[in-house]
Design a protein around this ligand. Structure first.
Ligand code: FCB
Length: 473
C-alpha cells in the first residue's frame, strides 16, 4: 500500500452525523496566567524559564492568554461549529503543590469551561495530564518516584468529583511516550533529565497512574462518561533487510510499552530483554499490571507523520532523523543500534514528513491489534510558516494536509476501523513546547503581540467540514 501523498486528496467524502469533529489544545500551551489565582509552578514553567532550553527563548507565562479570554475562545469554537473540544487540565491549578490543598479558583476555571462548552453544544473531552507536572512533585522525584502515581490518583478523584457530572470523555494521559522519554531520557522536554533508567521507570509509573486514575474517576463520576487515554502510537516503517528488527525494537519502546500493560495487562517480554542492561524493571511491583489494565471505552490516537528505521550498519554516516530536536540524551533507551532514516517529503514546518497513507495504515494496524476498541483521533494537524495577507491567513498547505489526512480517516473507516471522531491540532496557534512560538499549528492565528485571534482559511474550511460533514474542496 502506498504510504505517500499522491492519491490522498479526495473531497466530497461524507462522514456520518455521529462522527465527532472538533479540535484540541493543552493547558500549558494556551492558558498563560501561570502564577495567577493560586496556580502553583509546573515543570514546564521551570523548564521554559531556564535559559537556552526553548528555541525562541519564550515561555508559557502568557501564551494565548486563554485563561483570561475563555468566553471569547468559547464563542470562537461556537463560530467554527465545533462538536467537541479536547482540553487539558493544569494539575497545578487544581492542586498547586501537587498534593493536599485544592485551589477552588482552579476548579472554577475548568467548571466554567465545561459549562461554557455544554451551553454551546460542544462535547467536553478532558485530559488530566498533558505534561505539566506540579514542580514540587518533580522535586520529590517526578515520575521516577512511584508516589507521583498516587498523587495523580488523588488529583483524578478531586477533579472527577468537581466535573464528573458533565465531562463527556475523560482522558488520563496525553502521549506518555513524550512525558517519559523526551522528559527523562532525551532531555528536550521538561523536566529535562537524561537518564535512561529513569525514563523507563517513568514509563511504568505513568502506566500505573493511568490505571489508578481510571479507577478513581469511575468511583466518583455521576454521569455516564467515556474513559480513555491518548497515545502517539508510532507509525513505523522498516527500511531494508534489518527493518523488521528495528521496527520490533522501536515498537516495543514506543507503542507496546503502553498498549501492553494498559490494554493487555502485560509488558512485552522483548521490551524487558532489550533494556536489560539499563534496568531490571524491579519497579514493576506485584499487582501493578492489574492496576494498569483497566477497561477503557476509547483509545485516543495522535498522528503527525511516520518513522522509518533500520539497524545501523556501523559504517556509513549515521542518520538521526527521528523528528525531534537534537538532544543531549536518546529518546530510545536500549535501541542504540537503531538508525532513524530520513524520509521523503513533503515536510511540514516541524520537518515531519507528510504521509497520510501511513496514517491509514496505522489506524488499520491498531484496529487489527485491538478490534474491540473504538478509536478517536485526538490530534492531527500541521505547522506551517503562515503569513498574514489582507488581514487574513491563506494557508493552503494546512488545508491540503487536513484534507489528505481526513481522506485517510475516511478510508480507514470504510475498511472497518471503528473510528469515532477527529480532533484537529490545534484550535489556536500556541506554545509548541521546546520550539516556543516558532511553530504555528492553529486553524486560528494568534498574534502574540496583541493576542488577537484571526480565523485562517483552514479554519473556515474546517468549519464547513463540521457544518456539512462532507470533506470540502
Ligand atoms: C503532540 C502534543 C501536542 C502538540 C503536538 C504538535 O505531541 O501532544 O501538545 O505539541 O504534538
Amino acid at each position: 500500500m502506498s504510504v505517500g501523498n499522491e492519491d490522498y486528496r479526495d473531497s466530497g467524502l461524507i462522514f456520518p452525523k455521529d462522527f465527532v469533529i472538533g479540535s484540541a489544545t493543552a493547558s500549558y500551551q494556551i492558558e498563560g496566567a501561570w502564577d495567577e489565582d493560586g496556580r502553583g509552578p509546573s515543570i514546564w514553567d521551570t523548564f521554559s524559564h531556564t535559559p537556552g532550553l526553548i528555541t525562541d527563548g519564550s515561555n508559557g507565562d502568557v501564551a494565548d492568554d486563554h485563561y483570561h479570554r475563555l468566553e471569547q475562545d468559547l464563542d470562537l469554537m461556537k463560530e467554527l461549529g465545533l462538536e467537541a473540544y479536547r482540553f487539558s487540565i493544569s494539575w497545578s491549578r487544581i492542586i498547586p503543590t501537587g498534593s493536599g490543598d485544592v485551589n477552588p479558583a482552579g476548579i472554577d476555571f475548568y467548571s466554567s469551561l465545561v459549562d461554557g462548552l455544554i451551553a454551546r453544544g460542544i462535547l467536553p473531552i478532558a485530559t488530566l495530564y498533558h505534561w505539566d507536572l506540579p514542580q514540587p512533585l518533580e522535586d520529590a522525584g517526578g515520575w521516577v518516584n512511584r508516589e507521583t502515581a498516587y498523587r495523580f490518583e488523588e488529583y483524578a478523584r478531586v477533579i472527577g468529583e468537581a466535573l464528573g457530572d458533565r465531562v463527556h470523555t475523560w482522558t488520563t494521559l496525553n502521549e506518555p511516550w513524550c512525558a517519559a522519554y523526551l522528559g527523562y531520557a532525551a532531555g528536550v522536554h521538561a523536566p529535562g533529565r537524561t537518564n535512561n533508567a529513569d525514563a523507563l521507570t517513568a514509563v511504568h509509573h505513568l502506566n500505573v497512574a493511568h490505571g489508578l486514575a481510571i479507577s478513581a474517576l469511575k468511583t466518583v463520576v455521576t454521569n455516564d462518561p467515556k474513559f480513555s487515554v491518548t497515545l502517539n502510537v508510532h507509525a513505523l516503517r522498516g527500511v531494508g533487510e534489518t527493518g523488521p528488527e528495528a521496527v520490533r525494537q522501536i515498537d516495543a519502546l514506543a507503542n507496546r510499552a503502553f498498549t501492553g500493560p494498559m490494554l493487555r495487562g502485560e509488558y512485552p517480554r522483548d521490551l524487558f530483554d532489550d533494556t536489560a542492561a539499563i534496568t531490571d524493571w524491579s519497579f514493576v511491583k506485584e499487582g501493578d499490571l492489574e492496576i494498569i489494565h483497566q477497561p477503557i471505552d476509547i483509545l485516543g490516537v495522535n498522528y503527525y507523520s511516520t518513522t522509518a528505521v533500520r539497524i545501523w550498519d556501523g559504517v556509513s554516516a549515521r542518520q538521526g532523523a527521528d523528528g525531534h530536536k537534537p538532544a543531549a540524551g536518546t529518546a530510545w533507551p536500549g535501541a542504540d543500534r537503531v538508525e532513524f532514516v530520513s524520509q521523503e517529503g513533503p515536510y511540514t514546518d516541524m520537518g515531519w514528513n507528510i504521509a497520510p497513507g501511513g496514517f491509514e495504515q496505522l489506524l488499520w494496524d491498531v484496529h487489527t491489534e485491538f478490534p474491540e476498541l473504538p478509536l478517536m483521533i485526538t490530534e492531527n494537524g500541521a505547522a506551517f510558516p503562515d503569513a498574514v495577507t489582507d488581514g487574513t491567513v491563506h494557508d493552503p498547505e494546512r488545508i491540503d494536509y487536513l484534507r489528505r489526512h481526513l481522506t485517510a480517516v475516511h478510508r480507514a473507516r470504510a475498511r472497518g476501523v471503528d473510528l469515532r471522531g477527529y480532533l484537529v491540532w490545534s484550535l489556536l496557534d500556541n506554545f509548541e513546547w521546546a520550539y516556543g512560538f516558532s511553530k504555528r499549528f492553529g486553524i486560528v492565528r494568534v498574534d502574540y503581540e496583541t493576542l488577537e485571534r484571526t480565523v485562517k482559511d483552514s479554519g473556515r474550511w474546517y468549519a464547513e467540514l463540521v457544518r456539512t460533514h462532507v470533506l470540502p474542496e
